[in-house]
Ligand binder design. Structure first.
Ligand code: UDP
Ligand code: MN
Length: 307
């Protein structure tokens, strides 16, 4: 694009949720796989810096700092590590996302601590203004390519688009609690139908946030207002439990123009749970992903292939 300011900024910001990791051996192992593969394929120009942001608690931070010393040993690029206190961020987020929590959180909803699951929805208000682009990724990933290439996807965003993610590779949004009622009442809808013609919703394992575009979008910020959240959730009869993923899936149904859909290979979700739980017939329509795989996502504890 014409925005040379963003092109010359040598910082590449990546953010990961990193809480309660000290008590979770399995997530520690996934994190190791993710970081080692990121380092192995990571390749940046001499003046560039990969900035790794972690949203963490004190015990996880201590463990993370120790693990990072080891997994970053072979990095051939410059990096910085920034830890953000989960309590601080939650405190800033809660007033912005409180109204949506009751529609998109597990359980009864408005638990204060659940606000952090909506970080990507309101990160443009929480992070400093000079942070203009950030990629948020899960820990259960395995990189097969240079993470720098993922940032190049920002350049494909049409003007004004602010958020990108691959679509969800499972029928769960479409058929279970979330859009089930709406689809019953609107049998010819694209909502919840599989790609390429349907709107299956998004998976939040890999998301690109153009924070500057999010700040500038009057429409997006109107959609965050409590009254509008309620209106849309009622219209779609939406009840979810997956936080930001559900919110983005829902507004993506109403305003697909706000989103750029990444190729499925950028978040190759491997979870096959719904195939064994009532959706064998349609599963493959959602699950299939042709084309190169850049990042594996071992979601729902699925093993990631060795290659
Ligand atoms: N996470 C965390 N602590 C936890 C559980 C999850 O920090 O105790 C973060 C971590 O970044 C993880 C993300 O939340 O990758 C989403 O969880 P997970 O990947 O296990 O969910 P799935 O992709 O299977 O839905
Ligand atoms: Mn995951």
């Amino acid at each position: 694009g014409e925005d040379t300011g963003a092109l010359v900024d040598p910082h590449f910001h990546v953010l990961m949720m990193f809480t309660k990791i000290d008590k979770n051996r399995s997530l520690q192992e996934k994190f190791r796989v993710a970081m080692l593969s990121m380092v192995k394929h990571g390749d940046f120009l001499e003046e560039e810096v990969l900035v790794l942001h972690f949203v963490s608690d004190p015990a996880s931070q201590e463990l993370g700092q120790r693990m990072l010393q080891e997994v970053l040993l072979d990095a051939t690029f410059q990096y910085e590590v920034v830890f953000h206190d989960v309590v601080d961020l939650t405190h800033k987020l809660f007033p912005i996302v409180e109204a949506m929590q009751k529609y998109f959180s597990a359980g009864s909803g408005a638990y204060y601590s659940d606000a952090i699951f909506f970080l990507s929805v309101a990160m443009h208000h929480i992070m400093p203004q000079n942070l203009t682009r950030i990629v948020q990724v899960d820990l259960d990933l395995k990189y097969r390519t240079n993470i720098r290439d993922l940032f190049q996807q920002f350049d494909h965003f049409p003007r004004g688009q602010s958020w990108a993610s691959p679509e969800r590779c499972s029928p769960s949004t479409a058929h279970i609690h979330t859009f089930w009622q709406y689809r019953k009442e609107n049998p010819s809808t694209r909502v919840g139908e599989p790609p390429p013609d349907g709107l299956p919703g998004f998976n939040s394992g890999v998301i690109l946030l153009d924070l500057r575009a999010m700040r500038a979008s009057a429409l997006y910020n109107r959609l965050l207002e409590p009254g509008n959240v309620a209106k849309l959730a009622d219209q779609y009869r939406f009840r979810g439990h997956l936080g930001d993923q559900d919110f983005f899936s829902m507004i993506g149904m109403q305003h697909p123009e706000l989103f750029y859909v990444l190729a499925c290979g950028w978040n190759r979700q491997l979870c096959t749970w719904w195939r064994e739980h009532g959706y064998r017939e349609v599963f493959q329509l959602y699950y299939r992903c042709d084309g190169p795989i850049y990042i594996y996502h071992g979601n729902c504890n699925t093993a990631v292939p060795d290659d």
